[in-house]
Design a protein around this ligand. Structure first.
Ligand code: CIR
Length: 259
C-alpha cells in the first residue's frame, strides 16, 4: 500500500481569459475572470504552503479548459500517462503538456487508441485505481488506460458513474486511505466495497470534490456542513474559494496534476 496523498510536486496552468468560456453543462452566468484567477492563485499558494513544489505552465487562450491539468494526464512518481480527453475542444491540450511531463517524469506513456479518458474520472486509492466511465471516459479508453496503469505497476478497476455526475471524482474523493466522501447517487458504487462511504450532507453534493494533500483536506469554502462533518472526524481542513471555477463545472482536484 502506498499513500495516495504523499505528493511532493504538482503541475498547474494559469487560467487564460478564455476560461470564462470553459465547458459547462448547465446555464448560469459566466465566471468573473479576475476572481477565477484569484481562486487559482490561492490554490497554487496553498499547495506550496503544504510543502509541494508547484510548477505553473503559461495560459493557453485557445483552450479555455486548459487550467484543469488533471484531465489530460495521470502522474505518479514512477511515470506519467498522457490521456485522450473526451471533450473534442480539450483534445489539443495534451500536446501542450507533453514536454512538461517528459521533463519531469522518468517514463512517459500515452494513450494512442480510439477511446477516451479524462483524469477527472480516475480515483487513486492506496492499493488500486478506479476508472469511472462517463460522458468523457468510454470503455475502450478505460481499458487502454488500465493496461498503461498496469505497466506502471497500478491495478485498475472500471466503474460506472451516475449520469448526473460529470466526472467520477466530481462525485467522490478520498478523505483518508479507507474513507470516501461521496454524493448519495454514488453510495452503492461496487468498487467502494471495503471502504467507509461518508455521504455529502443534503444540498452539498457540490462539495464531493475535495482534495487531500498530505495531511490536509482542501474543501470548498461555501460547503459549511461538509466542513463540519470533516472537522468532526478530526480531519485537518483548508477551506478554499471555488465559486467561479464551479461555474465551469470544476472543483479542487481539477486544477493540478500531483505526484
Ligand atoms: C470541463 O467540462 O471539461 C471543464 N469545464 C471542467 C473540468 C473539470 N475537471 C475535473 O472535474 N477533473
Amino acid at each position: 500500500m502506498t499513500s495516495p496523498f504523499a505528493f511532493t510536486r504538482a503541475l498547474c496552468r494559469t487560467p487564460a481569459p478564455s476560461a470564462v468560456n470553459g465547458i459547462r453543462a448547465g446555464g448560469g452566468p459566466d465566471p468573473d475572470f479576475a476572481t477565477l484567477l484569484a481562486e487559482h492563485e490561492a490554490y497554487v499558494r496553498t499547495l506550496r504552503a503544504l510543502g509541494l513544489a508547484v510548477d505553473v505552465l503559461p495560459p493557453l487562450d485557445d483552450f479555455p479548459d486548459a487550467l484543469f491539468t488533471e484531465d489530460v494526464a495521470l502522474t505518479f512518481p514512477e511515470g506519467a500517462i498522457l490521456l485522450r480527453p473526451g471533450a473534442p475542444t480539450r483534445a489539443g491540450e495534451v500536446a501542450h503538456i507533453r514536454e512538461a511531463l517528459a521533463e519531469r517524469h522518468p517514463r512517459l506513456l500515452a494513450m494512442t487508441g480510439l477511446g477516451h479518458a479524462d483524469g477527472g474520472d480516475v480515483l487513486r486509492l492506496a492499493d488500486r485505481v478506479i476508472i469511472g466511465l462517463s460522458d468523457r471516459t468510454d470503455r475502450t479508453g478505460a481499458k487502454e488506460l488500465a493496461g498503461l496503469l498496469a505497466d506502471l505497476g497500478h491495478r485498475a478497476e472500471i466503474a460506472e458513474t451516475p449520469k448526473s455526475v460529470l466526472h467520477f471524482k466530481t462525485g467522490c474523493s478520498l478523505i483518508d486511505e479507507t474513507t470516501i466522501l461521496a454524493v448519495p447517487a454514488m453510495r452503492d458504487c461496487r468498487e467502494f466495497a471495503g471502504l467507509e462511504v461518508v455521504l455529502t450532507p443534503p444540498g452539498e453534493e457540490g462539495a464531493a470534490n475535495i482534495l487531500r494533500v498530505r495531511d490536509t483536506v482542501l474543501v470548498g469554502q461555501r460547503w459549511r456542513a461538509t466542513q463540519d462533518l470533516l472537522a468532526a472526524r478530526g480531519v485537518d481542513i483548508c477551506p478554499m474559494a471555488t465559486d467561479e471555477i464551479a461555474r465551469i463545472d470544476a472543483g479542487l482536484s481539477c486544477m493540478s496534476l500531483r505526484w
